[in-house]
Ligand binder design. Structure first.
Ligand code: RTP
Ligand code: MG
Length: 140
């Protein structure tokens, strides 16, 4: 199995409740390594650009407002099968459907305030990492 990198974000609903460490612990326990991390407060324009793929969907405006409403922690995770592993640890988008032990089952408040984001494919992982990090900020 190849070593992959993926992009992960701890969302404003989670930073507001001081859950950063608990979320990172779940990722590390699954074998993922944080190779880049920073806490930022993105602008609405940055949220709109980051989530441009969802432009036109009914939840786009609420999503971009929520993501720019408070601090987030953006991270690069490295490990075997990191993209799929991260999404497994996050659980289903809607916390009502998320499996026991997942980040969203334990911490998410709703489908919108669902505590974490993770890239869904190798192409989006590369794009999302490059959106937030320069090469020198990632230390494997
Ligand atoms: P993510 O991109 O955040 O890792 O989550 P995902 O792949 O599981 O979900 P996606 O379909 O890409 O949606 C991105 C985020 O938009 C919010 N959302 N709200 N109200 C709604 O129906 C709805 N659908 C999606 C969620 O916060 C989701 O994580
Ligand atoms: Mg997604």
């Amino acid at each position: 199995m190849a070593i992959e990198r993926t992009f992960s974000m701890i969302k404003p609903d989670a930073t507001a409740r001081n859950l950063t460490g608990k979320i990172v612990a779940k990722l590390e326990d699954a074998g993922l390594r944080v190779v880049a991390s920073k806490r930022i407060h993105m602008s609405l324009a940055q949220a709109e650009a980051f989530y441009a793929v969802h432009k036109g969907r009914p939840f786009y405006e609420e999503l971009t407002k929520q993501m720019s409403a408070g601090p987030v922690v953006v991270q690069v995770l490295e490990g075997e099968n990191a993209i799929l592993k991260n999404r497994e640890v996050m659980g289903a988008t809607n916390p009502a459907n998320a499996a026991e032990g997942t980040i969203r089952k334990e911490f998410a408040l709703s489908i919108g305030e669902n505590s974490a984001h993770g890239s869904d494919a190798p192409e989006t992982a590369a794009e999302e990492i490059a959106f937030w990090f320069s090469k020198t900020e990632i230390v494997g």
